[in-house]
Design a protein around this ligand. Structure first.
Ligand code: ADP
Ligand code: ZN
Length: 521
């Protein structure tokens, strides 16, 4: 039988599955043939079979490196139930059992051996492996090599030694964290430059992505809940504990069955709320990001964000809690520039190196880019993870209601020049006064009436100018000074100011139309 045939036969006879999922087959073939692979798939995507099947097809024992020692026993138990000869080695195992496992490995009685990274890099283990027949190395949770504060990083970094010591044993690294930066770091640290990369399965087609500008957030949320999700279970995410408490109380006032959840609540209360959310129908959980890890409730019909998450990964994970049952679900969010400024401020104040802060800013900017985008959101989201969607999805707000754009080149030039001519020391309101030719005392005092940009922007009203400035900030043409709100020009402005670049801006709904259905606060 060919390797592929053997693989499929193994999948069916051992694991009881009819067929490989998309990409699983290619990955399995690659590893069986002795090649290295880097696999990026979201949780639940089916990563385990990507190394379990080759482990059975290739001669020798597969070593599975995983930091999650609490799960090893379970993983091994379920493999044994399928008749697979699996064991594990970690610090919880008594010495006599360690010896038994080592003996089984050496005498070729094992198909899979799960091992903690700190154990694997010990000299004792390394010399053991020299004497064993090895089918492959699987490095699970490979993002642990990345510098973003992972506990197991030191041990994971040592895993590059595997390749030096065992150059002929194929390696497969797996992770659900797939942004380009982490991916590059995994490749570099684990010396996987030659590995084939497989990125797949990030799409959640039943989730409809919708992101709107924050105007009157509570009213926007209320309308969304009343008109589209009466009686549905869902999660409303807020940034702060205070806001969680207030929002939950307010929703209850509005007649919804809502509960708060955040790390500031008493542990017992938290547990009660969580189990009520899982058991009862139609409950709304208002929560900080503390809520969600390991929550597997299939019929969450919506995830609403009243504040923008810090990264696209976070957004993807949080929205991913909707619609696990495959039925239509909404990922709904409102965002505003205030959110961005608040997040930037938090990052500035956080500990960590300058490099780390810069990277965080970039991630935040990518998130903001997803909000501001005028094309298909799903395509942009998947593209961020390196997973490609050939055409627009038809199930996101920008697909369903194509965004109205306008040529904002000239307006942007005026706005940027207003900031520049006033010495980059003023905030949005003052710049709008300059552009609209306001004769206010302050303008006169500062001599801003004399500027060439004074009054050149009367064709747009205050809200339209606000929208221009917001988009310029969001797209990185302007930065906002934290302390005073002053707008500063960024390097990116040059081609725009020189007339070498055009800029399409999103036409934001005029305030009145957007709030048509609301009754006021
Ligand atoms: P991950 O490790 O990526 O989070 P798992 O390997 O735990 O995902 O797989 C998630 C679920 O999908 C498991 O229940 C697994 O049995 C199932 N699964 C994976 N591959 C297949 C397949 N080819 N056919 C059917 N079910 C599969
Ligand atoms: Zn779309």
């Amino acid at each position: 039988m060919s390797d592929t045939g053997t693989a499929l036969h193994t999948l069916q006879s051992v694991f009881g599955y009819e067929n490989f999922r998309a990409h699983q087959r290619d990955i399995v073939d690659t590893v069986i043939a002795g090649g290295d692979a880097l696999v990026l798939m979201p949780t639940g995507g089916g990563k385990s079979l990507c190394y379990q099947v080759p482990a059975l097809v290739r001669p020798g024992c597969a070593l599975v490196v995983s930091p999650l020692i609490a799960l090893m026993q379970d993983q091994v138990d379920s493999l044994r139930q399928l008749g697979v000869r699996a064991s594990f080695l970690n610090s919880t195992l008594p010495q006599d059992e360690v010896v038994a496992v080592e003996r089984a490995l050496l005498s070729g009685e094992l198909d899979l051996l799960y091992i903690a990274p700190e154990r694997l890099i010990q000299d004792r283990t390394q010399s053991l492996l020299e004497r064993a027949e090895l089918a492959l190395f699987a490095i699970d949770e490979a993002h642990c090599v990345s510098q973003w504060g992972h506990d197991f990083r030191a041990d994971y970094l040592q895993l590059s030694l595997l390749h030096e010591r065992f150059p002929n044993v194929p390696r497969i690294a797996l992770t659900a964290t797939a942004d380009a930066r982490t991916r590059a770091e995994i490749v570099q640290r684990l010396d996987l430059g030659e590995a084939r990369q497989f990125i797949a399965g990030f799409d959640r087609p039943n989730i409809c992505y919708r992101i709107a500008l924050k105007q009157s957030p509570r009213q926007q949320l209320l309308r969304f809940l009343r008109e589209e999700h009466p009686g549905d279970a869902g999660i409303v995410y807020c940034l702060s504990r205070n806001k969680v408490d207030e929002t939950a109380a307010w929703l209850v006032q509005q007649g919804f069955n809502a509960l708060p959840y955040h790390a500031g609540l008493d542990a017992r209360l938290r547990a009660t709320h969580q189990s009520r959310f899982l058991r009862e129908d139609g409950l709304i959980m208002v929560a900080t990001i503390a809520f969600g890890m390991g929550i597997d409730k299939p019929d969450v019909r919506f995830v609403a964000h009243l504040d923008m998450p810090k990264t696209i990964e976070a957004y993807y994970q949080e929205t991913g809690r909707a619609g696990r049952d495959g039925q239509p679900a909404d990922a709904w969010m409102v965002y505003g520039l205030q959110d961005v400024m608040k997040l930037r401020q938090m990052m500035e104040g956080s500990e960590g190196s300058e490099e780390h802060k810069r990277a965080e800013q970039q991630r935040l900017n990518a998130m903001l880019g997803l909000c501001e985008i005028t094309s298909c959101r799903r395509q942009a989201l998947l593209h961020y993870f390196g997973d490609n969607l050939p055409g627009p999805c038809g199930n996101c707000d920008t697909c369903l209601n194509p965004v109205n754009t306008w040529d904002g080149t000239e307006a942007a030039q005026k706005a940027l020049s207003a900031a520049y001519r006033t010495g980059q020391r003023f905030g949005v309101s003052h710049l709008i006064d300059v552009l609209r030719g306001s004769e206010s005392e302050r303008i006169v005092q500062l001599g801003h009436r004399e500027l060439p940009t004074f009054g050149v922007g009367k064709d747009l009203d205050g809200n339209q100018w606000r929208s221009v400035f917001r988009q310029l900030v969001a797209r990185g043409y302007l930065s906002v000074d934290m302390a005073y709100g002053a707008l500063r020009l960024q390097e990116k402005c040059r081609p725009l100011l020189r007339g070498e670049e055009r800029l399409d801006l999103r036409r934001d709904l005029p305030q009145k139309t957007a709030q048509r259905h609301t009754k006021g606060p």
